[in-house]
Design a protein around this ligand. Structure first.
Ligand code: GLC
Length: 554
């Protein structure tokens, strides 16, 4: 592949002022601007084997050229590149544009699936907040930020609605799972309806929506260099309301966020309740993004302080208790139980007999991952793709842990990727356990849908994690697999089977995030400088937490 020089003509800018906010801001220590430009992200970028000139890298955080809007069908990225795009790319753009939703003439989002063949529409004709994220990134990378801005403002407006389920009023900060535009052709009016969980199957509020909103606001700001949106009183308030929901004090003994089953991408009962990695990683990332954007004014200051403390405690907790590698597994295997007081090694009283058999075979000698869940006497050893990729992107994982996650993906390729990237979780739950854990959910039978199904949308997260860790060849391998099937199969929502060989039993076709996820993965590989939008460098201040009391809060 030639032309990493295209970096210099990239239409995107990242500004150093908007760079990741570190704890030093609160500590009144001088900010390490120069050092920060040589961030972990950028260091790993420079290690990429696709070899672009260092000169381009140095310009990364300071150059800012206006984004050229592309023609209707032509992705700006391929127009400005000298390399030959895969034929699927044009089809994908066309399909993505077909999924656009307009409100009073303005594009405000993309519908979940454009599948007219499917007899059941359910809510797939709605704009889902989480589903729109890869669409938004694709548009940002293509120099089309307007739709993203419209979406951010529209959802912010929806947040302001009064939300009720039966007679119960939801928290003010809750963001919708999805919304829909109703067009009245006679009156020529557009109206919005939104679902905050009150219509969703299972009636669960989407905890991830607010986090994705904050993450997307940062991506928009970082990509356009337009700080004015994040700085508006409305956006500042929106962020504070989301944060107020998850930073409030309660009976918690852990810094992780307690939540109900089905409150994220896995929006059905799947035993993903308590402290699931899927939510913790997004929570951590959203906290870091908010820290970079909150103004230290009267109202913002208090939140900044709370965020800093929470991040500090969370990184310690997650890196110590959720992390599993060969050594750690061996330690747990030998745990004593019923220990009391501060000297306990087995703090959560995990009974070694509860370690599932599969984990002993699955764990490679080299490699590791954040397990699915940790709570009293419970460790969910399942692997979750989103949580682990977001842990890398947010730097919740240390650089060593990030490398170990990539090592695991590589050595357990057949299990985690198989013939279609990427398994949402591994392994599937079967038989009796499936009955108990899912409540006999026929959509989530073993190796299907949320229960070990393969979701093409996860390709963008994998690619971003690969680029951040300097392992683009892993992403390339995964993208090749996707390219051999996705278009031919009409962009399914998910695949079934141990290897992900079969189009999912109830999978929609033309699922927008499968399309957008592919495009984002391609654009990230093509121009790795896009990574800055959805990646945060390691916060040096967070490092000493592993040594517990050497840190500033002690
Ligand atoms: C399903 C998925 C959810 C997604 C929605 C729309 O409910 O589980 O993650 O947001 O479809 O695609």
């Amino acid at each position: 592949m030639d032309g990493m020089g295209l970096r210099n003509v990239s239409s995107h800018c990242s500004i150093s002022e908007m760079d990741d906010y570190d704890l030093s801001r609160l500590l009144d220590k001088p900010r390490l601007n120069i050092e920060r430009q040589r961030s972990f992200d950028e260091r790993s970028l420079s290690e990429l084997s696709i070899g672009f000139a260092r000169g381009g890298l140095d310009n990364f955080d300071i150059t800012c050229s206006p984004g050229g809007r592309s023609g209707f069908d032509t992705p700006a990225s391929s127009a400005r590149n000298s390399f030959e795009p895969h034929p699927m790319v044009a089809d994908a753009w066309e399909a993505l544009r077909r999924s656009l939703v307009h409100f009073r003439g303005q594009p405000v989002g993309t519908i979940a699936a454009y599948d007219h063949a499917s007899e059941e529409v359910l809510n797939y004709d709605q704009v889902f907040v989480r589903d729109f994220v890869p669409s938004a990134l694709a548009f940002l990378m293509n120099g089309e930020p307007d739709i993203v801005k419209n979406f951010l403002l529209k959802t912010l407006h929806l947040q302001g609605w009064e939300k009720r389920i039966d007679r119960f009023k939801l928290g003010e900060g809750a963001m919708p799972a999805s919304f829909k535009v109703l067009h009245d052709p006679i009156r020529k009016t557009d109206t919005l309806i939104a679902d905050f969980g009150e219509s969703a199957i299972g009636r669960v509020a989407p905890v991830d929506s607010g986090f994705w909103w904050i993450i997307l606001l940062r991506a928009y700001t970082k990509s356009t260099g337009d700080l004015s949106l994040a700085e508006t009183p409305d956006c500042q308030k929106g962020m504070r309301l989301i944060l107020a929901l998850c930073l409030s004090e309660g009976f918690d003994t852990f810094p992780t966020l307690l939540c109900a089953d089905g409150c994220s991408m896995i929006d059905r009962r799947m035993g993903v309740y308590g402290y699931p990695i899927e939510i913790q990683a997004l929570f951590f990332m959203a906290l870091r993004c908010a820290l970079a954007m909150l103004k230290p004014d009267t109202e913002g200051k208090e939140f900044i302080e709370r965020i800093v403390k929470r991040l500090h405690a969370m990184s310690f907790h997650m890196r110590s208790y959720f992390w599993l590698d060969f050594q750690q597994l061996n330690d747990i295997y030998r745990y004593k139980t019923e220990e009391y007081s501060h000297t306990a090694v087995n703090k959560f009283n995990v009974i070694p007999d509860s370690i599932p058999e599969w984990v002993f075979d699955f764990m490679p000698t080299r490699g590791g991952y954040f397990i699915g869940n940790v709570s009293p006497a419970r460790m969910d050893f399942r692997w979750f793709a989103l949580g682990n990729c977001v842990a890398i992107l947010s730097s919740l994982a240390t650089p060593e842990q990030s490398m170990a996650i990539m090592d695991l993906i590589e050595s357990r390729w057949e299990e985690l990727v198989g013939e279609m990237p990427l398994k949402i979780c591994y392994p599937a739950i079967e038989s009796h356990e499936w009955r108990i854990v899912t409540g006999c959910d026929p959509k989530n039978t073993r190796w299907s849908y949320h229960n070990g199904g393969s979701w093409p949308v996860l390709l963008w997260l994998l690619t971003a994690a690969c680029i951040k860790t300097g392992r683009p060849q892993i992403a390339r391998r995964a993208i090749e697999l996707a390219e051999s099937r996705l278009l031919k199969d009409s962009w399914p929502e998910y695949y079934d089977g141990k290897l992900g060989r079969f189009i999912g039993k109830q999978a929609r076709k033309y699922q927008t995030w499968s399309i957008a996820g592919y495009l984002v993965a391609k654009m990230l590989l093509e121009d790795p400088s896009h990574l800055g939008m959805i990646s945060l460098e390691e916060d040096k201040q967070m490092k000493p937490v592993l040594k517990r009391c050497s840190s500033w809060t002690c």
